[in-house]
Design a protein around this ligand. Sequence first.
Ligand code: SAM
Length: 226
Amino acid sequence: SDSHFPIPISPSDVDYSQHFPAFFPVDRDGTDGNLSIRKIHFADIGCGFGGLLVNLSTMFPDTLMIGMELRDKVTEYVKERILALRAANPGLYENISVVRTNSMKYIPNYFEKGQLSKMFFLFPDPHFKEKNHRRRVISLHLLDEYAYALQVGGLIYTITDVEELGDWMKSCLENHPLFEAVSESELKADPVVKLLTSATEEGQKVARNGGQTYQAIYRRVVQEEE
Ligand code: SAM
């Protein structure tokens, strides 16, 4: 249950020096370095074993990013994976971290309004039955929260190998007034899009089995005047 993991009271309560020690050295007075300026900008929701973070880390070495994962053991694995990568590659992988949390409940505890520039939902659990659709991590209601956390112009990346879920995520995004589809030409030019199918453990499994994928990538926009 939720009582087993700590929940920050507000985004300012998130301990950056614990997640990104190389970026937040604590000096002798115990005051934090540049805490007020650098913030987490990418969030991988339901990050699983962390393959996306590992790939994004070297692509955007100055961007802080965090994975959010519900399963305790999987979160511990990702923590160890990051520590091992840091130890083997001094100076690298300092910008990625992971937290165990329920993203459906606690996104606003972690991110201020407009803080994020990218959010990722890669191969989320499908929750096939109608009565379980409320458990899906993309819904019109949750998109309100994601729109709040994303800056205007920020992107939300979704992909699945389940056609019905792909249709569902796309229609939620299409019907939300604060999101707009990213154009084909922009998607072609975005190096991050290529990672959606290749970087995560689930994506690699689907690729190995020759499975089809369905992606929806949308931009946070301001609401049009009526
Ligand atoms: N994104 C990864 C990938 O592509 O390999 C993992 C995909 S896996 C099918 C879905 C992950 O989402 C699981 O690791 C699961 O524990 C996590 N998850 C499900 N509901 C969640 C929630 N409410 N908050 C955080 N993580 C969640």
